[in-house]
Design a binder for this molecule. Structure first.
Ligand SMILES: [Cu+2]
Length: 121
């Protein structure tokens, strides 16, 4: 009797473990739920990255981790356009997911530079 009970408990424990494990595993290429993180550094009249291409999924939010020597504005040439004002110092700016596939420039107009080109697909 006791042995059967122990066996059942063991089976249940295994099942619970399997379920918990399965819950933690998210398909990595579902894309749209996890935001894309891009570090952006403004220093004087230069910016990093500088015109780099970054692939994102349609609808995927993009978080810009901004470090800036002075406040400014980031311009996202999506449709509709998005303008993000950032302060001096460190901040996180979010570009809302872009639904239309294509290439979208993210620019600093004050520096007249393309920061990244988002390849939305
Ligand atoms: Cu612009």
């Amino acid at each position: 009797m006791r042995r059967t009970f122990a066996a059942i408990v063991a089976v249940l424990a295994t099942l619970t473990f399997a379920t918990a494990c399965g819950d933690e595993e998210k398909p990595s290429d579902s894309g749209s739920s996890e935001p894309k993180v891009i570090k952006v550094t403004f220093d004087g009249d230069s910016v990093e990255p500088n015109g780099e291409r970054v692939e994102v999924s349609t609808g995927q939010d993009i978080k810009l981790e901004v470090t800036a020597d002075k406040a400014g504005e980031i311009h996202v040439h999506s449709s509709p356009e998005q303008e993000l004002e950032y302060p001096a110092g460190e901040s996180t700016q979010t570009i809302e997911g872009i639904d239309q596939p294509g290439t979208v420039d993210v620019e600093s107009h004050s520096l007249d530079k393309v920061i990244v080109q988002l390849e939305v697909s």
